[in-house]
Design a protein around this ligand. Structure first.
Ligand SMILES: Cc1cc2nc3c(=O)[nH]c(=O)nc-3n(C[C@H](O)[C@H](O)[C@H](O)COP(=O)(O)O)c2cc1C
Length: 497
């Protein structure tokens, strides 16, 4: 009997949504050949099953095991290309998602994989850095620092050893695109790290991977082995090793200097800067610490040219951004688009509005340290400059939508309590400030605070912003102060009269 090939995502989110149950139900069938792919990231449609038809690829969405006869008969599928959530995107970094088998090196090569590394190997290290400069790529981990500047510092610093470290700690609530890359397209991350290694002259790489990502670590281990076996893991004729290290399970370990402490085997405590890691990082050697998505963006830049990348996006934010839309919208999922679309357009065009008739109350962009936006503020373009001007951050591209049942005061307390728990304790403004801020918020909740306490909260927030050693303490006040500004009644109505 001829078997019909069906494609089903193996991504952790897809499996949580039911893909693994389908795989279990269908694995033994003699009429089905099941191919496990990465996910397209349209998580509201998962589990999604696809099959080739003569002209188009068809998809069946929110599938149950009982849908198999219909799928095998070819009834009721919709062309993948007609799903607006996907067709409205501009996929470059996530172009293979939902298409290829994550651990197939052949599939990666067939999709143009390692073309960027090949191009990089044909030019000098300084020419690679020039290409990155032309691309105007800024880091995607949160700080949005120009990538080429870090590379140039590491390349021009003399040292016996240099390192490349992928920051895969992905601690921001509501973000998952790094996980998707590691699980679904691990060779792209490896290729980006190899290009960086050649540019700066590094001989070893580490991937510091969030502890809660076992599937990502397994995928990386297998991909590193496959790349090594195929002879890709070398730089300038010398072996280039890549080791996957499990994160320590702390939010602050995503901060680059705390990450390096943790990688060296100590508690994840922030280091004072300067020196920056590009000058003196892992074991005191020049080290590039960059986000997984940043590294995964690099291969296309080398393969297609820096000018191509710079032609996308807005003046200060070139290329595409990977947004991860979650919370109370109808259509949560991964969205790759050029910078510049407004937050409102993203919620309308991709989120398709609020779930279950709920009403929007606030949108938090950029993880637990990100500011809150109200409906009136949603016309802000998604780019680094507009967000900086609005005293907000894009962070790692997480967007969480809250409905009108959300208690903003409790949300503010929760976010400050998170910082108090996660503070590494090295600097007083963060260690003590977050505790005192949490106590004031709790006193407001209990009806025991006065207007003077609200002023103190604002003053404390301003001090934390100005004096904390790293972004954890410096950004912690933003959600709370933005909540206070946008929803003053929710705070003031709970004060002691
Ligand atoms: C508290 C805190 C947590 C962070 N967590 C992460 C993280 O999980 N992943 C990440 O890439 N960057 C994180 N960062 C940013 C890093 O310090 C650093 O800016 C980033 O790894 C640089 O990579 P990029 O240039 O590719 O953005 C965090 C920063 C702070 C202050």
């Amino acid at each position: 009997m001829s078997r019909i090939r069906l494609y089903l995502s193996n991504d952790t989110s897809s499996c949580a949504a039911g893909a693994e149950r389908l795989a279990e139900a269908w694995r033994q069938r003699s009429d089905v050949e099941l191919v496990r792919t990465s996910s397209r990231g349209a998580f509201y449609l998962e589990p999604m099953v696809e099959r080739e038809s003569p002209e188009v690829r068809l998809a069946w969405c929110q599938v149950t095991a009982d849908d198999l006869p219909k799928i095998l008969a070819g009834n009721g599928g919709i062309p993948v290309s007609t799903i607006p959530f996907l067709s409205r995107q501009t996929r470059h970094t996530f172009v293979s998602f939902g298409v290829t088998e994550p651990l197939s090196l052949e599939a990666y090569l067939a999709q143009g994989g390692f073309a960027g590394l090949r191009a990089a190997r044909q030019v000098s290290p300084s020419a690679i850095i020039q290409e990155i400069k032309t691309s105007r790529l800024r880091g995607r981990g949160g700080a949005a620092f120009p990538v080429w500047k870090k590379w140039e510092v590491a390349a021009t610093t003399t040292a016996d050893r240099k390192y490349v470290v992928a920051n895969a700690d992905e601690g921001d609530a509501g973000t998952y695109c790094d996980r998707m890359i590691m699980e679904g397209d691990p060779f792209r991350l490896i290729e980006g790290m190899l290009i960086c290694a050649r540019a700066i002259g590094a001989s070893a790489g580490y991937i510091y991977c969030r502890q809660e990502y076992p599937a990502a670590r397994a995928s990386l281990h297998a991909a590193i082995l496959a790349a090594d076996t195929a002879g890709w893991l070398e730089s300038d004729g010398r072996p280039f090793t890549i080791e996957v290290v499990s994160g320590a399970g702390s939010y602050v370990c995503g901060e680059e200097t705390a990450l390096l402490e943790s990688l060296e085997g100590r508690r994840g405590v922030v280091r004072a800067r300067p020196p920056h890691p590009a000058q003196s990082g892992l074991y005191g050697q020049p080290t590039i610490v960059s986000n997984v998505l940043t590294f995964a963006t690099i291969p296309n830049i080398l393969a297609r040219g820096g000018a191509w990348h710079a032609s996308l996006g807005t003046e200060g934010s070139r290329g595409t951004i990977a947004l991860q839309l979650g919370g109370r919208v109808k259509q949560p999922g991964l969205i790759e688009i050029p910078f510049g679309l407004t937050l409102r357009a993203v919620l309308d065009q991709f989120g398709q509005g609020m779930a279950d008739g709920a009403r929007l109350k606030a949108v938090q962009v950029g993880g637990p340290l990100g500011s809150l936006f109200t409906d009136a503020q949603l016309d802000i373009p998604i780019c680094f400059d507009a967000f900086a001007k609005a005293d907000a951050i894009l962070g790692h591209g997480g967007i969480v939508v809250f409905d009108d049942e959300t208690d903003i005061l409790e949300l503010s307390r929760h976010l400050m309590a998170f910082v108090a728990d996660e503070s590494c304790g090295k600097c007083v403004p963060c260690r003590i400030g977050s505790l005192r801020a949490r106590e004031i918020l709790e006193a407001i909740q209990q009806g025991q605070a006065t207007a003077a306490d609200l002023s103190l909260l604002t003053e404390l927030g301003d001090t934390m912003k100005a004096t904390s050693l790293c972004g954890l303490g410096a950004r912690a006040p933003y959600p709370v102060l933005s909540a206070l500004e946008q929803f003053p009644v929710e705070f003031r109505s709970r004060l002691r009269s």
